[in-house]
Design a protein around this ligand. Sequence first.
Ligand code: ADE
Length: 224
Amino acid sequence: MKIDILTLFPNMFNNIFEESIIRRAKDEKKIEINIHNFRDFTTDPHNKVDDTPYGGGAGMVLMPQPIFDCVESLRNENSKVILLTPSGIPYKQKMAYDLSKEEHLIIICGHYEGFDERIRTLADLEISIGDYVLTGGEIPAMVLVDSITRLIPGVINERSHLEDSFNENYLLDYPTYTKPRNFRGMEVPEVLISGDHKKIEEYRYNESIRKTKELRPDLLGEDK
Ligand code: ADE
């Protein structure tokens, strides 16, 4: 998969994709990530990318021209263009699965007070990572790339996906333990040491339900 990220702050992405699983996915050519500064595409003599809003009001608004030209230089018939904005569709694991099957993503990071409404016409999908306002779309772009990359076939052991929280059952992950068996008086549940795989499976399923009821009861009624 190829991912192109459009931003005014390319340095924010320094190193973030250079560690751990994403680094490995890049090295193994399962994913290619390119960062583009759309200021490079402005035709304004002073390199402007934003201006005051028509009708008045606070702050600066991103102008359409640099973003249109940048997207148009990258887009082909297999591209999916994503606009990151707090008013987008709430991002969920199911969306990450669907996006992990795409060939080419172009992710636009908004900034400042907002962007010219006409920029929305470029987008196939508008995504919000949560009901809060960040200073820009850069951190949301990192969230998307991380959550999508781990779902690309061969990037991590696929059994791990099945055991993820928010998998197809919409249950939280069951609790896991490692050595030592007793840590400061806290014991590993006996069943996990029993070697009885059927019982372990049952325990894990029940714990997933118990944890979901306790921590995220809203998920139990959630539509996929
Ligand atoms: N830009 C600013 N806040 C955002 C959010 N919550 N999700 C996506 N993009 C954003």
